[in-house]
Design a protein around this ligand. Structure first.
Ligand code: ADP
Ligand code: MG
Length: 728
């Protein structure tokens, strides 16, 4: 994104005040941002087909594109009197029928004889064996009366590549469909490209064989060839990666060099007692990691360490050893968890670990009564609370610590960068920070993405754990499954039954969970206690349910994904996941991690609808996409059955979802990479990282004149994050 200057967008030829207002709603509020509104795709010439060729392509079942003019539009009725809309497209080799079943009137109005369209779909045969397109996607290239120098019919021969822009209803109503965007971007590039500023010094461009910014913007929109497009893309990706690495370089420098931290001493008065009282032996990995953390704590600079360990590997106890060391030195500790249930659990289990050691442990969560809450806050403010465990409630303004020295953030992927920083800032000095995650980040990635963090890994599960057995089953197998559950419960074990709950269909989903709960408790397991846990319950209700489950007063817990992270009930050995096809891979792995936490054999049963494939394809408007979706879903379930290794699962997940999605901006607090992919662009990332770190090394405050534009651009890109980084 180029933020050197800002020109009002409405003065771009073809925009005007009305379109400017609509563009503003999607964040395009300046000429510069318009130039950075990139195509999401291009009309792919290799897939443009003559109508005559279509019959040969039916069998392959791939999406193809036809360019032609509208020859006829007509309404027809099906045999059972349902309306449908027929659109006939013509090119120089023949005619093609397109059929629309829904929104018939709208489609009828949408097309005009004579206009030129690009139409994409998977070709299918009608009952007379003629090729047709059903609900194709279309892109208007030229209206009937529009003057346009492009000779669309000879498009195939000229080799022009046509950009496609994403648009929405509001944009389309303002004339900003694909064609509208192409026009205003053509104008902006022809007339206003010089409103951009080249922000990278010539040496960087030369050293890394990068195009200048003007050519890149021109070519990303209107490339003459795919090679041109690739060059443009490379430069623009470099920009994203470069500024991201610049941020990393600043943070690393700030944390390592300039900030003064607390130099803890290893006193061992409390940690020895904890070690002696443990019912188990720490694993070698746990011991090693505790050492690594203690080493950091003794340094005069603040610790900033990521602790990575698969679900069930025992991260909590490691954090507890570190916290005790901080307490021995006279400091307070804070432990932040992403959900109330998890905070509550940590509070209970840490109290239990420390029952013979005098440490004051307090809980601070949103749902508490005012009197209790005030008491906790006072305890924290006076410094008499040694460990404060809580949710986001910990980072609110009115929470004041007397002498916060050590911060632990559990399941850090649930928090953003800024939330982490806010907690750190609660300390009068710079506290040491330990962030914990079960999401294994491939090593190469952790170096680049968490460039400012040191990483410790627990790569070993506690002894005696058995591999969880995972299977995929269908709805029709439920009787069998429940019989199996009964056998296990008879032996004294417990089970979870999890339902997906997503916002869009929250009500329906919740109903399904409630219904299943009623069915299980009255019809299937009348002899046992079944509980129902979901996000709508109050904190007290949730807490009570969890306590009863922990004590085995509840044998079967029906739950929504509120139990996804962290929950630790070692006696639970069965995890049943309903509608497993609706969960993401890392989510499935997290859920499965709720079992297999004790010495007993555990099981994970993924239930899915056996008609899932058929249904997805039936409902689909875009067949190619639907096929892909089915394949990806199958691969997710397969992966779960084949491996328990969180590392392998993370790699597959990354492959299926792509990095941008994996490190979703909102979750990780990373700036969004719109173009770059930190995996497939790893080489470019290395180049960008080197340049960025070199610059910060030579000119840490970016004061040299050749870096002036870099500084401006950096400030623009990270406007929202700047309070967290000190530049100059
Ligand atoms: P996670 O890394 O997923 O947060 P927890 O810290 O919740 O895992 O630990 C999982 C369970 O294993 C807890 O019940 C914990 O008390 C237990 N645990 C931790 N370390 C060991 C060990 N070395 N041996 C046996 N059990 C352990
Ligand atoms: Mg945990």
């Amino acid at each position: 994104m180029n933020g050197q200057s800002s020109t009002e967008i409405q003065y771009v030829k073809g925009v005007g005040p009305v379109r400017a207002a609509v563009l503003r709603t999607i964040g395009v509020d300046s000429l510069q941002k318009l130039l950075y509104y990139f195509p999401y795709d291009y009309l792919d010439r290799s897939r443009i087909t003559k109508i005559k060729e279509l019959p040969k392509l039916v069998e392959a079942g791939n999406e193809v594109t036809v360019i032609g003019s509208v020859f006829r539009t007509e309404l027809k009725y099906t045999r059972n009197r349902k309306k449908m809309f027929f659109l006939t497209i013509k090119d120089e080799t023949g005619y093609l029928a397109c059929v629309f079943y829904g929104a018939v009137e709208w489609f009828q109005k949408a097309f005009e004889v004579g206009e030129i369209l690009a139409i994409s779909s998977v070709p299918e045969l009608d009952k007379y064996n003629r090729v047709q397109f059903i609900h194709p996607e279309f892109d208007r290239l030229k209206t009937k009366d529009e003057e346009d120098e492009t000779d669309w019919n000879s498009l195939l021969h000229t080799g022009a590549i046509i950009p496609k822009y994403s648009s929405g209803e509001e944009l389309r109503n303002a004339g900003l469909d694909n064609r509208g965007f192409r026009r205003i971007l053509r104008n902006a590039i022809n007339n206003n490209i010089n409103s951009l500023t080249e922000h990278l010094p010539r040496e960087i461009l030369q050293r890394n064989t990068l195009l200048d910014i003007y050519s890149s913007i021109k070519m990303i929109h209107f490339p003459k060839s795919y090679t041109e497009r690739d060059h443009a893309l490379r430069r623009l990706k470099f920009d994203e990666l470069f500024y991201f690495e610049l941020l990393m370089a600043f943070r690393k420098r700030e944390l390592k060099g300039e900030l003064k931290g607390i130099q803890f001493k290893i006193l061992r008065s409390k940690t020895v007692k904890l070690k002696e009282s443990l019912a188990f032996e720490l694993t070698d990995a746990q011991k090693r990691v505790i050492k690594e953390i203690h080493n950091d704590m003794m340094q005069p600079v603040p610790m900033n360490r990521l602790l990575q360990g698969d679900v069930g590997s025992g991260k909590t106890i490691v954090a507890l050893f570190a916290m005790l060391t901080a307490i021995e030195n006279g400091y307070q500790c804070a432990l932040m968890a992403p959900t109330e249930i998890l905070a509550e659990q940590h509070w209970q289990s840490i109290k239990n670990f420390l029952k013979d050691i005098p440490v004051n442990i307090r809980l601070l969560v949103g749902g508490q009564k005012k009197k209790l809450r005030d008491d906790v806050l006072e305890d924290v403010r006076r410094g008499t609370a040694n460990i404060v465990i809580g949710t986001h409630a910990l980072i609110q303004e009115h929470v004041h610590f007397a002498n916060l020295g050590f911060v632990v953030i559990d399941e850090q992927h649930r928090f953003g960068v800024s939330q982490r920083a806010l907690l750190r800032e609660k300390g009068r000095q710079n506290p040491d920070v330990l962030v914990m995650t079960a999401t294994p980040i491939p090593r190469t990635l952790s170096l680049t993405v968490y460039g400012d963090l040191d990483v410790s890994v627990i790569d070993e599960l506690p002894k005696g754990r058995k591999e969880i057995r995972t299977a995929v089953r269908f709805d029709k197998d439920k009787t069998k499954i429940f019989n199996f559950v009964r056998e296990e419960v008879k032996k004294g074990r417990q089970a979870y039954v999890v339902y997906p709950l997503i916002e869009e269909s929250e009500k329906i989903d919740l109903k399904a969970a409630v219904k299943e709960f009623e069915y299980l408790s009255s019809k299937i397991f009348p002899e046992y206690t079944v509980g129902l846990l979901h996000g709508r319950l109050s904190s007290e209700e949730k807490d009570e349910l969890m306590q009863r489950f922990k004590k085995n007063e509840i044998q079967i817990l029906v739950a929504t994904t509120v139990i996804e992270v962290g929950i630790d009930v070692p006696n639970a050995t069965i995890m049943i996941i309903e509608n497993a096809e609706r969960f993401g891979l890392s989510q499935l792995h997290q859920l499965r991690g709720r079992v297999g936490r004790g010495a007993e054999q555990s099981y994970c049963i993924l239930i899915t609808d056996e008609n899932f494939t058929k249904r997805t394809l039936q409902l689909a408007t875009n067949r190619a996409k639907a096929h892909h979706e089915v394949d990806v879903t199958k691969k997710r379930l397969e992966t779960m059955v084949n491996t328990n290794d969180g590392f392998v699962i993370a790699e597959v997940d990354l492959e299926l979802r792509g990095a941008g999605d994996y490190f979703g901006t909102r979750q990780s607090g990373l700036p969004g990479f719109r173009l770059a992919n930190i995996i497939s662009d790893a080489d470019l990332l290395t180049l960008a990282r080197k340049e960025a770190f070199d610059i910060v090394e030579r000119d840490p405050h970016l004061v040299r004149s050749e870096h002036k534009n870099i500084r401006k651009e950096f400030e623009f890109v990270f406007k929202d994050l700047l309070s967290l980084v000190r530049v100059g």
